[in-house]
Design a protein around this ligand. Sequence first.
Ligand SMILES: Cc1ncc(COP(=O)(O)O)c(C=O)c1O
Length: 361
Amino acid sequence: MSDLVTDAIASLTPYESGKPIEELARELGVHDAIKLASNENPLGPSPKAIEAARAALADVNRYPDAAAYRLREKLAAFHHVAMDEIIHGNGSNELIELLIRTFTTERDHIVYAWPSFVVYRLASLAHNTPFTAVPLKDHAHDLEAMAAAVTPQTRLMFVANPNNPTGTHVGRESLRRLLTSVPSDVIIVLDEAYIQYADADDFPDSLELRSTRERLVTLRTFSKIYGLASFRVGYAIGPRRLIDYMNRVRAPFNVGAVSQAAAMAALDDTDHVEKSVRINREQRAVVSDGFRELGLDVAPSQTNFVFVDAGRDGREVYDALLRLGVIVRPMAPGTSFLRVTVGTEAENQRCLAAFKKVLSS
Ligand SMILES: Cc1ncc(COP(=O)(O)O)c(C=O)c1O
């Protein structure tokens, strides 16, 4: 027991986000490294978002609108919900933390899947809330096991749909069953960071299932399809009462004015979103087929990344790819899995060629 922090905080390791490309290039003598590690939009942001951000720079001596009024007004119209059913966050990451801080204590309990987005675990540990991490089944959420893991203490359940890092999804009927079977006092959080990339016929939009359950919160982000990861804008949609409590805990100026301006413009640029979806769909197939041709197993992806079984120690493959200037995301030590973001056509070809080289050595 540390004299400074809880055992849970002492057990944490900082979020592994990978080295800056320039740093790696310097260390490895690679000058054209490509980063396929963080599921960003390889096409970049909408030019209209950049323009809006530039225009907003003139006023950065002022604090941003603490309530993000205009952004929430726009989002409310976009999603056909009320403004007070939306809360903005410094990325959806902040909203995950806010949910845990607002609604749980060390006497409560959280359920999420494993492996899934690592912040569910980090934030639960940091807040000292006990949790159950329910193993995936065939790389996908095992909703029955998650429902069975609920106890009278459970306050929150996180479901990433589609899931990170596996890219798999939960279908509409299974989700509906979960929403109607889990006790009504549990807040179920549908983290839909990658929803725009999903194209399965049975892919559910949790916003259309709001009538099935009061305690349902949807998380969305501008970091993925909208290409604004660095601006840190996410939002949650949920019942007024929950959003109101989260707002009491939220830091007042959590999303900067430049970010708010960029997000509003990005939301309007539907052409950029459609182009990003189309190119990702084509290239996701190229990457998945390319891995299969190399004899590797790939999980079915509904996202802008592919979860691949390298068939040998994943960290070793990661290191070898790194030396070829291809940065992907390794999974837990001792496993053979890697998560590879779908990049541009040229990046994907280079990535597949690097895999081929590494696997044949
Ligand atoms: C499933 C999922 N949720 C949430 C996030 C957090 O995104 P952000 O904080 O950039 O909105 C990520 C980022 O990778 C993610 O994969």
